[in-house]
Structure formats: C-alpha cells, structure tokens
Design a protein around this ligand. Structure first.
Ligand code: ATP
Length: 662
C-alpha cells in the first residue's frame, strides 16, 4: 500500500504545532497592517536595535572563540571531570535568565572585585549586555558543537594523519569541515538567543537599552501600540538572519567544483604510473592493551609482502594500526627495514593506508579525495583513477558512489602519494568478483614491477595467498603462526590455524596403530558399525591419541562402487554416501559421508555421475593426509611443529592454498 504522508497522525500533530507557532505571528502582522501609530519614530528605537545587533554579534564571536574548543574537548573526553564540566556549562540554560543576571552581578557587579577593577564598567554598558548575553546564550553553541563533534568519526582524523596532515590541519580540514553544519546551527541559535535576551540583561545592564528592554519600557509606559515597531524589527531581523543562514556557499559552488575536479582529473589521467620504490620489510614487537584487549605480536618479516589473517576480533586491524603508528610509541617497537619507527609520527611514516569500510572524507569529491595527501601527485592520482576505472567519477561526492567505487577511491587515494608502504585493511570486501580479481591482479603487478611493499589484513586465505609471500595468523590478540606462505599453508601449526587458513575436512580420529587412523565410531549407541580405519602417517604418536586430520578436497577422488569387489580390497579406497553435489560449471564440489558419519568435501574438475544418496568410494592418498594431535588448539609453537605430514617429507606441502593449486 502506498504511504501517504498527509494521512499520517505524525504529520497532523506536526502541522498543529506549526499552526500554533505561526498563528500569533500572523495575528501580529494583521494588526501591524492596520492604520495607527506603530512607534517607528519613537526616540531610542534604532539605537536599541543597533545595541542588540552589536552586543549579540560580539557575544556570539566570544562564544565561538571559547565554545568550539570546549565543545571539542567535551566530545572527545570521558570520565568524571568531563561529565562535571559538561553539566556545569549547560547550567545557564536551566537557570531562569533573571537569576542568571543576579548570579552575574556577584561576579561583575559594581561592588564585586572585577567590577571595582573596571570602575563599574562591566554593568550598565554594552560590555554588560555582552556579558549577560554570552552567559545565557553560550550553552546553545556548546550543545550543538559538542553533538556535531561527537558525530565525526575519529578514524577520519587518523586517515588524514596517514596522508601526511599534522594535527592542526587534521582538525581544520577534517573535523571542522564535517562538524560545520552543527556548529553553524549552534552559532545561529546563540546569536538569536543573544539578541532576544531580556531577563539577565535587564538586571545587569539596563542601559543602554537593547531592543527587548526598550520594548518592555515602551509597553510599561505607553502600552501596546508603540511596541509594534520594535516587535516588527525583531521579527524582520530574525527572518533575514534565518534566510542568510540557509545560504550555503559550498552548495552554490558545488556544480562548478564538480566540473573543475573532472577537468583536473582528465589532465592528470595522462600522467605516468608509479615509479619503483625501495621495498620495506616490517618488523614488530607489539604488546599493547586497547580497551581491555591485549595484543601481543612479535615478528620480523623476511619479505615486503605480508598478510595478517585471522578471525573477526582477532586483532588484525589493531596490528595494522600499530604498524601505522596510530597506537603511539607505547604499543611496542616497529621497524621499517632497519629504521626504528616507534617514535616517528603517523604523518611522517609516508604510508598509504586503506582502512576497513572504505572511509572517505564526507563532502569531498573523488578528485579531492585522491589529491588529499600533503604530497599527493596529481598526475599519479589521475593515472590511478583511470587504472581503477574511476575516471568520469572525479566530481562525484561519496554519497553518489557505490560501495565498490568507494573502496577503489580509498585505494587510489592511498596510492596517489607513491607510499613507502601500503597498509590494506580488507580492501576488497565490497567489490564484485570481476573487479576484485582485476584489482588483485593490478596489485600483484605493482608488487612485482614497482616493488610495492604491502601489509594486507584479510579474512580470506586465498587473498592472503595471492598477495603475500609471508603470512601471520592471529587469533585472540596472539600470533598463532608466522612464516613463508607455502610453509604456513603446508604445515599449519594447529587445527585452529588450519581452520583459519580455510582448510576444509578437519576430521576427528584416533591413532589406532602406527600408520592407521580410526575414525570415531557413530555416536548412535544402537549401531554396531565400527569406525572406519584409514591409512595415514601418524608419526610418533602413540596408539589411542586423539587427532584431527585433513586432506585437500581436490586430492580426493570419487569412484563408483566396483560390482562384486569389496571396497577394502582396493588400496586407499573407502566407502561413503553422497550427501550433496554442487556443479558450478567448471568445478564440482561434493559432500560425502564416511562410515563414522564424518563429512568429507571433494572437489573435482572431472565429470561425476553421482547423485545425493548414491553409495560410492573415495580415494584418500595417505601421502596427502595431515594429522595433528586434537588438543593443542591454542598451540603457538613454531610452524609445523605439530603437523604430522603423512608419508613423504613433501607430503604436507600438498595442502597449499585452500582453493587453488597455484
Ligand atoms: N578502540 C577500541 N576500544 C576498545 N576495544 C577495541 C578498540 N579497537 C578494537 N577493540 C577490540 O579489540 C579487538 C580486536 O579488534 P580488531 O579491530 O583488531 O579486530 P580484527 O581482527 O581486525 O577484526 P575484524 O576482522 O572483525 O575487523 C576486538 O575485540 C575489538 O572489539
């Protein structure tokens, strides 16, 4: 059913309030239109208006100067002091304005210390009016600006740091820019509240008259008729200010800006690609606690392409952030080649950082994003836009891009400064398969030809295998295994690492005898079936040891049952029942069940003529089976120390990356 806003009760309720707010103003305007003395010639009217405008503007400027830093501090600070200060600065809103005036008399009145210091000049003067207005109106800006600052993702300032910007530039270019609409609203409220201030002003600075004080004096002396002029002026000023506040210069310029960006990008697109840079090998010895989470990772990389792999919440991003320098020197030592970076600021590390979630700067066009780094090279930026198929989008704002386009912009931005080291936090997660493939290929080419050094955080073992020579497997803030890619994939240190590497077919069994594993018997008590026994290397493990074993799905072959020949007469063949067959054109993935009711994944490029429910045989080559003792899931020992590759020395290597043989 089509939703009709006009019939919504909420719309009606809102409409009633709007009517209530508008009717008195309309009634006043009708009255104003009638003939009679409205008081526009009353002496003192125009000076009162000027005093109001002048004092409200000065008060707003003062509130802006002191209130913005205060609001930012409140937005960023936790703890009792910040809460207490936050409450205190809002008190003037809760206090009736007359009481505010009284409170101020104790501070700046003629008989107070300050008052005497200024010879009573802080009352009965424009200064007094400003003091009263600042006190009463200041909290409005603080509330609005604090909320605006709280809405700014701190990751954006980090990102700006990674692009070479120092703290003051980060605040101005990122935080202030994003918080600007909220701050503008706060300034507007402050000014309007200040110009309308009566209660505190009348006690602290009765003279010179502000417009509200003048109006009340008129009302008391001559009655309603001559108060029409000041009321009309106040209304006029408010309307003009509200209209001016609606004019957004950046928005007016946006159309032109988009064309400028497109032209700049087109000029840059003819630029040349990246030049070779010196490879960077990252070493780290991290021990840091963030929000109760402890990360302990020590590793000295032997290559300049590493991947950090692990489950969600393992500490992968935190490791990357420590390498970038976001966690500060207390996180532990970080070295780029032989350079100790521990005390080098983020902005001086010359990084390319692609954060998780394709963080783009709000309100900046694609072109402005890619040339945002202090040392961005426009011609390289243009080249990257073209290479990442973003040309034509240079004038677009982040809200006008798809998730995948945003990710590519983030990548182009990091690369447009020819970084010394590229840090990638799940950079391809929002891309469709063809674009992901293409970008991976492009990155591999860069790694190869330009010597680009990368640290990649990923969940995806295949991506890690493609883009890294060295793999760090992290879980619960600890390094489970680290080493050359082939070694880690060939000899996962534990079943947990094997799982994280995406190695399927982790099946529990028991060492029945040397070279023989017994699959656990069915748990069904009524079943008499013994557990299946399979030939596999068991190393020096004694009989009775519980193990987990695995075999690569593409190393298993499936065959029909041979008529008249018992399966146990055929070497390395075992009976199974087909559970599922998934044919995706070039590849067929089968799930079968072994007699111990264990699931086994089989992958083949051959045509297989089986269907769910069919009984058949699988061949499990003993040399392709790897087994570990089942218990040491938390093992952190050296790579391969727990892996017992069956058969030959090289057998374990057959595990390889999980989905490809390459
Ligand atoms: N600023 C923080 N304050 C408190 N805890 C944090 C903070 N940053 C991260 N953590 C915690 O530290 C742990 C590791 O976080 P991290 O972002 O490194 O995980 P991850 O391995 O990258 O996970 P994912 O793959 O889901 O991004 C998590 O439990 C997270 O909740």
């Amino acid at each position: 059913m089509k939703y009709r806003a006009s019939r919504s009760p909420l719309t009606w309720l809102g409409g009633l309030l709007a009517l209530y707010l508008a009717v008195p103003l309309i009634a006043f305007l009708i009255r104003l239109a009638q003939p009679g003395d409205r008081g526009f010639d009353t002496p003192g009217l125009w000076p009162a208006l000027w005093t109001s405008i002048e004092s409200a503007t000065i008060a707003t400027a003062l509130v802006c100067l002191f209130g913005i830093p205060m609001a930012r501090w409140l937005a960023r600070s936790r703890g009792p002091v910040a809460r207490a200060v936050g409450g205190l600065v809002l008190l003037p809103i809760a206090l009736p304005p007359v009481m505010s005036g009284l409170v101020l008399i104790y501070l700046v009145g003629p008989y107070s210390r300050l008052g005497e210091l200024f010879n009573g000049g802080l009352t009965e003067s424009v200064a007094g009016v400003v003091i009263a207005q600042t006190f009463v109106a200041g909290p409005f800006l603080i509330i609005a600006a604090r909320t605006a600052f709280q809405g700014v993702d701190p990751a954006l300032e980090d990102l700006a740091a990674s692009l070479g910007h120092r703290p003051a530039a980060r605040f101005w270019l990122v935080t202030m820019r994003i918080a600007a609409p909220g701050i503008r609203a706060g300034l507007l409220l402050t000014w309007l509240r200040a110009i309308g201030e009566y209660g505190a002003t009348v006690l602290l600075a009765y003279h010179p008259y502000t417009l509200p004080v003048f109006t009340y004096v008129q009302f008391s002396s001559t009655g309603i008729p001559t108060t029409q002029a000041p009321t009309a002026l106040a209304l006029g000023v408010a309307i003009v200010v509200l209209i001016v506040a609606e004019i957004r210069l950046p928005r007016l310029l946006a159309g032109r800006g988009g064309r400028v960006d497109a032209t700049a990008a087109a000029t840059g697109a003819s630029g040349s690609g990246p030049q070779p840079v010196e490879p960077v090998r990252v070493s780290m010895n991290l021990d840091v606690v963030v929000g109760g989470f402890r990360l302990v990772v020590a590793h000295e990389a032997a290559s300049h392409r590493i991947a950090i792999l692990g489950p969600s919440g393992a500490g992968k991003s935190m490791t990357l952030r420590a390498i970038a320098g976001f966690l500060g020197p207390d996180a532990g030592e970080v070295r780029f080649n032989s350079d100790v970076m521990t005390r080098v600021t983020v902005e001086a590390r010359h990084l390319g950082y692609v954060p998780q979630g394709h963080t783009l700067f709000p309100g900046r066009s694609v072109w402005q994003q890619v040339v945002f780094a202090t040392d961005a090279d426009p011609s390289l930026a243009g080249w990257w836009l073209r290479t990442l198929r973003l040309d034509g989008l240079a004038g677009r704002l982040p809200g006008q891009l798809s998730g995948g386009q945003k990710q590519r912009v983030a990548l182009a931005r990091a690369l447009a400064r020819a970084p010394r080291l590229l840090l990638l936090d799940e950079p391809f997660s929002a891309l469709d398969a063809p674009v992901r493939e293409e970008l991976r290929r492009e990155l591999r080419r860069l790694q190869r030809e330009a010597g680009l050094s990368t640290v990649l955080v990923t969940h995806d073992p295949e991506e890690a295998a493609l883009l890294a020579d060295e793999i760090l497997v992290v879980a619960d803030g600890r390094l489970l295994q680290a080493g050359p890619r082939a070694e880690v994939f060939a000899r996962p240190a534990s079943p947990q690492v094997a799982r994280l590497l995406g190695i399927p077919n982790l099946i529990p069994a028991t060492v029945a005898a040397p070279g023989l594993l017994a699959l656990d018997a069915p748990t069904d008590a009524a079943s008499e079936a013994p557990g299946l026994r399979i030939a596999a290397g068991t190393g020096s493990l004694p009989a009775g040891t519980a193990v987990l074993w695995t075999v690569r799905p593409d190393h298993v072959t499936i065959a029909p049952l041979a008529a008249g020949r018992p399966w146990d007469e055929i070497a390395d063949h075992y009976p199974c029942v087909v559970d599922d067959v998934a044919d995706i054109g070039t590849l067929t993935t089968l799930t079968v069940r072994l007699p111990g009711d264990q699931e086994l994944r089989v992958r083949t490029t051959d045509q297989v003529a089986v269907a769910p429910g069919d009984a058949c045989l699988v061949r499990l080559p003993p040399a392709d089976i790897t087994a570990w003792p089942a218990a040491p899931d938390s093992a952190t020992g050296p790579a391969g120390s727990l892996a017992l590759a069956a058969g030959t020395e090289g057998a374990g290597a057959s595990l390889g990356p999980p989905t490809r043989r390459s």
